[in-house]
Ligand binder design. Structure first.
Ligand SMILES: Cc1cc2nc3c(=O)[nH]c(=O)nc-3n(C[C@H](O)[C@H](O)[C@H](O)COP(=O)(O)OP(=O)(O)OC[C@H]3O[C@@H](n4cnc5c(N)ncnc54)[C@H](O)[C@@H]3O)c2cc1C
Ligand code: SF4
Length: 331
């Protein structure tokens, strides 16, 4: 039996101070990932600092006309919020594509971004895994990797990031608000999740004892159509095989604004900057979309059983861009 401390924080400053008291303390939000990992023996914290009741559960309009989403806003509340549904429908769709109604009622915004990979070896403490135990090896490379990453991998880890929410937020240029022992800072979400490189055990840039306090969205781009589309093994309650958040504005047959992010292809939500650069200002047609996607996916390094994700992601993106174009032209 291992002793486990539990304490409920009353404000952000005390939560950070409590987290700083022990290197293996963990913030507990909805607990839907952390508690599962504790049961599996993957996470073995000595102290849980409950942050679920911190006053971070509001969604507010920012002075710039964007949205500030508190870190403990529940996934269900986020998806149902009128401002999110009206002005950021891609975000609402992404949240509703994840988990189940019951889980979304408990899971939080911050916790969703910090959930760990679903790689089978990571979750099985009897197996080696560089992410869980650095230097122990990556059995997924030659073992079960059908669901794992094709972009941004390293020889040390090929895990995917599982969040749907994060994919939409990356496409929306979200910025994180963080508070830690050294004070407050902001960080673009695109820079928050790390590629594995030589240190696959480090998922994010979160510093020790640091908390996500909020996610800020800039005002939504005007005249843009958007969609979140998720391909998965079953219609609900399944992680993505591949997913896409797309925002597109077409003017006079040319791409005015485009933002694309993929889920389940990489160890982080993958902003498709190469495809975006190829598309911007060019013709909004199927051929141009296909060429841009080919350029984006050229960097992929698929393994034995997951090369199918490349044509899948290409078709998914081309089809959704064509649909968004058609929807604008028929207005
Ligand atoms: C069966 C099942 C199916 C699922 N399917 C999907 C899916 O399809 N798509 C999807 O996106 N997700 C899915 N999920 C994941 C689910 O969305 C996450 O478990 C959930 O969002 C995590 O939020 P939480 O508040 O419960 O986090 P917790 O479990 O409380 O915390 C997760 C991690 O984040 C840390 N943490 C939490 N909040 C903060 C904060 N504010 N600052 C710093 N650290 C923090 C914790 O210390 C912990 O390390 C599924 C989960 C389950 C169990
Ligand atoms: S892919 Fe990453 S998480 Fe999975 S076994 Fe390899 S090192 Fe571990």
């Amino acid at each position: 039996m291992r002793p486990l401390g539990y304490t409920r924080a009353t404000d952000v400053a005390s939560a950070v101070a409590l987290l700083a008291t022990a290197p293996d303390a963990r913030a507990l939000a909805g607990g839907t990932n952390l508690v599962d990992l504790m049961k599996l023996g993957v996470e073995r914290p000595a102290l849980l600092v409950d942050i679920a009741r911190l006053p971070l559960d509001r969604i507010e309009v920012t002075p710039a006309g964007g949205l500030r989403i508190g870190a403990t806003v529940r996934n269900s509340d986020l998806a149902a919020h009128p401002l999110v549904r009206d002005r950021y429908p891609v975000l609402s769709q992404a949240v509703l594509a994840g988990a189940s109604g019951q889980l979304r009622n408990v899971a939080t915004t911050g916790g969703n971004l910090l959930q760990r990979t679903r790689c089978l070896y990571f979750q099985d403490v009897t197996k080696p895994c560089n992410k869980r135990q650095p230097g122990s090896g990556c059995p997924a490379r030659t073992g079960v990797h059908r669901d794992l990453a094709v972009l941004g991998t390293s020889e040390h880890c090929v895990a995917t990031h599982p969040s749907d929410l994060a994919v939409a937020l990356v496409a929306l240029d979200a910025v994180l608000h963080l508070t830690g022992p050294d004070g407050d800072r902001t960080l673009p979400l695109t820079s928050f999740h790390r590629l594995p490189g030589d240190t696959p055990d480090l998922d994010t840039e979160l510093a020790p004892a640091e908390l996500i306090t909020a996610v800020e969205l800039p005002p939504p781009p005007t005249a843009v159509r958007s969609v979140y589309r998720k391909v998965r093994e079953r219609a609900s309650f399944a992680f993505a095989t591949a997913s896409l958040a797309a925002l597109l504005e077409v003017r006079d047959g040319r791409v005015e604004t485009v933002r694309l992010a993929f889920g389940a292809l990489a160890p982080k939500p993958w902003r498709a900057l190469t495809a975006e650069a190829a598309l911007r200002g060019g013709p909004a047609d199927e051929e141009a979309f296909g060429l841009a996607l080919d350029a984006e996916l050229a960097a992929a390094r698929p393994l034995r059983d997951n090369a199918f994700k490349l044509p899948l992601a290409r078709r998914l993106a081309v089809r959704e861009l064509v649909r968004l174009t058609d929807a604008q032209e028929s207005r």
